[in-house]
Design a protein around this ligand. Structure first.
Ligand code: SAM
Ligand code: SF4
Ligand code: SF4
Length: 366
């Protein structure tokens, strides 16, 4: 008989919109059109990357001639920090630096230093973290930690070089990513999370070895269902390995039980090993959408605000910023965009929504 792992309990959604966010989680801010507060900002610092993951930037499309953003279109560190400050004043508590590959942006620790100085209206530091493919982490983990980065998430789809190479598109050796993870641990960027996208026919066989490795290493592993982000990856529902399948694969050898979410808006369903040796997460955007609690906004490298990972358009903040707009005007622009937000793409996903115009994930910030 197949083992069924029940879904992790989720907090109940709050009705109401366009009003004070205190009803959401007791903190200040404004609710969107479905009663969700603005709490997280993902900041893309570049649209470039040294990997060509098949599910994100397939090499056939993103070749040598591909026109990434020219330098002058990309926000400077000062511009990013200023906009981040506006978001923090509006209630954002967590900043995640991403891309593209954030570690290819030159002098990134300088930006981390600037963001680490931000304070919430209550005088608290913000939660500051970063997602990376790990390729440059061995060299940068120390400087990032010294600059004020608190934690890190590393993407790794297999421990097997051949399988990982097929996923990352550039045959990048797993051992160098593992060196990066070791450097992050030594630098105190803990707890370390590892993200694994599972794609049918490519890396299901890597699920259990990764789970065993993460248990031994004390790393929190989070499996991500393959998503129909952008249009480059040729996504098909058949290629999605569901969270249930992933959990059953692990549970058959290492029994699991669900854990309640830590906070509203936590995207990963959490499960712990029944023997007490750690936990894993599943980010099941396809089979168990979590739009009802989505508190995330994204700021692209060229200064556009996106209120959904599957959005077709964003709000241009770079133009008013460069034209000299005051913080209060930028804040008002963000507030009104958030107030009318009614995104719930994953809840209404179908073949026809999948064909709608969408910005690529590496462009808006994954
Ligand atoms: N380059 C960095 C990295 O790979 O960690 C940060 C940017 S990447 C776009 C952020 C995350 O999105 C990674 O963990 C990656 O695996 C995930 N991702 C990219 N494309 C995806 C897709 N089609 N479905 C699910 N996750 C995806
Ligand atoms: Fe690069 Fe990350 Fe996209 Fe892979 S998932 S191509 S590492 S941006
Ligand atoms: Fe949030 Fe859009 Fe993802 Fe739903 S589909 S969880 S609204 S980013």
């Amino acid at each position: 008989m197949p083992v069924t792992v029940p879904p992790a309990p989720q907090p109940a959604p709050t009705p109401g919109s366009g009003t004070d966010a205190a009803s959401f989680d007791g903190r200040p801010g404004r609710l969107d059109g479905f009663g969700r507060a603005l709490r997280d900002l993902r900041i893309s610092v570049t649209d470039r990357c040294n990997f060509r993951c098949t599910y994100c930037m397939p090499a056939e499309i993103y070749g040598r001639d591909f026109a990434f953003l020219p330098h002058e279109m990309v926000l400077s560190f000062e511009e990013i920090s200023r906009l981040a400050g506006v978001f923090v004043d509006l209630g954002v508590r967590k900043l995640r630096i991403t891309g593209g590959e954030p570690l290819v942006r030159r002098d990134l620790p300088q930006l981390i230093g600037q963001l680490a100085m931000l304070r919430t209206p209550d005088g608290e530091p913000v939660d500051l973290t970063l997602t990376t493919n790990g390729s440059a982490l061995r060299a940068l983990a120390g400087p990032l930690a010294v600059a004020g980065l608190q934690r890190i998430t590393v993407s790794l789809d297999s421990l097997d070089d051949e399988v990982a190479g097929r996923m990352n598109g550039v045959d990048f050796p797993v051992s160098r990513v593992l060196d990066g993870i070791a450097a992050a641990r030594a630098a105190g960027l803990t707890p370390i999370k590892v993200n694994t996208v599972v794609r049918r026919g490519l890396n299901e066989s890597s699920v259990l070895p990764l789970a065993r490795w993460a248990r031994d290493e004390g790393v929190t592993l989070r499996f991500i269902e393959y998503m129909d982000v952008g249009h480059s990856n040729g996504w098909r529902m058949d290629d999605v390995v569901s969270a249930d399948e992933i959990l059953a694969l692990i549970d058959a050898e290492l029994p699991l039980e669900p854990v309640a979410a830590d906070y509203r808006g936590e995207v990963a369903g959490r499960y712990r090993y029944r023997d007490g040796a750690g936990e894993i997460g599943v980010i099941a955007s396809v089979t168990r959408p979590f739009c009802g609690d989505c508190t995330r906004a994204r700021l692209s490298a060229d200064g556009h605000l996106y209120t959904c990972l599957f959005a077709a358009t964003g709000l241009d903040l770079k133009t008013p910023l460069r034209a000299g707009a005051a913080d209060v005007a930028l804040s008002e622009a963000v507030r009104s965009a958030w107030s009318v937000r009614r995104d719930r793409y994953s809840e209404i996903r179908s073949q026809s929504t999948s064909a709608l115009p969408k910005v690529e994930m590496f462009t808006m910030g994954g």
